[in-house]
Design a protein around this ligand. Structure first.
Ligand SMILES: Cc1cc2nc3c(=O)[nH]c(=O)nc-3n(C[C@H](O)[C@H](O)[C@H](O)COP(=O)(O)OP(=O)(O)OC[C@H]3O[C@@H](n4cnc5c(N)ncnc54)[C@H](O)[C@@H]3O)c2cc1C
Length: 418
């Protein structure tokens, strides 16, 4: 097979990259052994947040002090596989170092904001162009729930940094909060509402819909596993797959948590691990109890969103191999959190899922030209791969066609790990 560009991975990053490449008139082959946005992809089961205000990386100064209590709490948000710990240790140390001071956090917030500003409107525009408007609500806003004002004030640094990035938010307390979130347990009395953010109503369907759109406009999909990049004279020439060779002038690495091996073949050693996450989805009608506006519950570290087909609660960070079997006890923790937040919701029939966030230690994705000419990195979006996917697609297309990228990509370069 021959094309201008081969995209490895048809998750949201690969799909949006293919969309923008097709917009530029290039012929594209999307390589993925799984269905686009299928259960194998992190893009299938995320919390659906188009959170343009997600400018803080997961780590923060002093986070290590909380790790022992998280690990020992039976409802805690973090677990580390003991057998995988030695392998993950370098990544974990970088993770702690990347956000060890407020100053570092502020710099990372600026970089993330450059990628995410305007994301809900950009998704809405692409959804409108692809017949998927019913899946994007760019104007819902998003809410963070706290037990009380004191809990919110304990999070003051995060909100100060967001405000410094130009993010506006409103606080709601007591009756005002209850009126906006009538089904939430009365244990929570304080909310922060971010009007600029939005959400997707079914991320797997959105992913599949974008791929269907590019296929209808000539892109080809190859149900195969990419094995190796091929090269000649210091330039990429194609991709070897389980279904044969794809010859191309450019390759986009968008293989999510499995991107590291391709990055190495393209001459770049990147720090990429997976933070595995879980969801429970209670399927049912729009009338079932749930959040009126999607909410993140600060102390439980879960996000709860009403989707087109039910109510989803997602969370947990599990440091383990991408290939290790799911530990469904982590999904049960997530189920307990949604049951506690929405006591009227029957969670006994919830569907469970585990997915692999492709995560860098500093929370910034890897976007940029690789050392091997013709290869573009596009992975490592960690907790922000849905919201960041549309802009990443634009950046990928600019890199492939040799245009100046619309934002400064130096902070996102693979070179930061060397
Ligand atoms: C529980 C949870 C909640 C989340 N909530 C949010 C949220 O609310 N908002 C947000 O913005 N982000 C969220 N995220 C993060 C987001 O889902 C990810 O960052 C995003 O889906 C990553 O997209 P991707 O395309 O890079 O990877 P993926 O979606 O994982 O896709 C990678 C694709 O590459 C394919 N692939 C792998 N190896 C190969 C190979 N050798 N050859 C060919 N193809 C290959 C895979 O089959 C897969 O389809 C969440 C993640 C989780 C787990």
């Amino acid at each position: 097979m021959k094309a201008d560009v081969a995209v490895i991975g048809a998750g949201l990053i690969g799909a949006h990259s293919a969309y923008q490449l097709v917009e530029k008139g290039l012929s594209v082959v999307l390589i993925d052994p799984g269905p686009p946005g299928g259960e194998q992809a992190s893009s299938f089961g995320n919390a659906s947040w188009l959170s343009s205000h997600s400018v803080l990386p997961p780590a923060y100064p002093g986070v290590w002090k909380q790790v022992p209590s998280w690990l020992t709490d039976p409802l805690g948000p973090l677990s580390v596989s003991p057998t995988y710990l030695p392998k993950a240790l370098p990544w974990l140390l970088r993770y702690l170092a990347s956000a060890s001071t407020v100053g570092k956090l502020e710099v990372l917030a600026g970089h993330l904001r450059s990628l995410l500003a305007g994301a809900p409107a950009l998704h809405a525009e692409i959804a409108a162009n692809t017949g998927l408007s019913h899946l994007i609500d760019a104007e819902s806003g998003l809410m963070h729930a706290y037990r009380d004002r004191a809990a919110f004030e304990a999070d003051a640094m995060a909100w100060r940094i967001r405000r410094d990035q130009g993010i506006h938010y409103d606080t709601l307390e007591g009756e005002e909060f209850r009126a906006r979130q009538p089904h939430v347990t009365s244990d929570y009395t304080f909310g922060v509402y971010v009007p600029e953010a939005g959400h997707c109503k079914n991320p797997g369907a959105y992913n599949a819909g974008i791929v269907a759109n590019v296929e209808s406009r000539g892109a080809r999909r190859m149900a195969a596993k990419a094995l190796n990049l091929t090269q000649s004279g210091g330039k990429v020439t194609g991709v070897e797959t389980t279904q044969g060779h794809v010859s191309c002038d450019a390759v986009v690495i968008a293989a999510g948590a499995r991107a590291k091996a391709f990055a190495a073949q393209a001459g770049d050693k990147v720090s990429l691990e997976t933070e595995r996450g879980y969801h429970v989805t209670v399927e049912g009608s729009h009338n079932m109890p749930g959040p009126a506006t999607p909410i993140m519950v600060g102390d439980r570290k879960v996000v709860i969103t009403r989707l087109a087909h039910g109510v989803r609660c997602a969370g947990q960070v599990e440091i383990a191999s991408v290939d290790a079997p799911a530990d469904w006890r982590r999904a049960e923790i997530v189920r307990k959190h949604i049951a506690a937040m929405f006591p009227e919701l029957d969670t006994s029939e919830a569907r469970v899922w585990m997915g692999c966030r492709p995560s860098t230690p500093d929370g910034l994705p890897v976007i940029g030209n690789a050392s091997l000419s013709g290869v573009v990195h596009a992975y490592g979006h960690g907790h922000i791969g849905l919201v960041g996917s549309a802009r990443t697609g634009q950046l990928v297309a600019q890199l492939v066609t040799g245009q100046a990228p619309m934002i400064d990509l130096a902070p996102f370069s693979a070179a930061r790990f060397s």
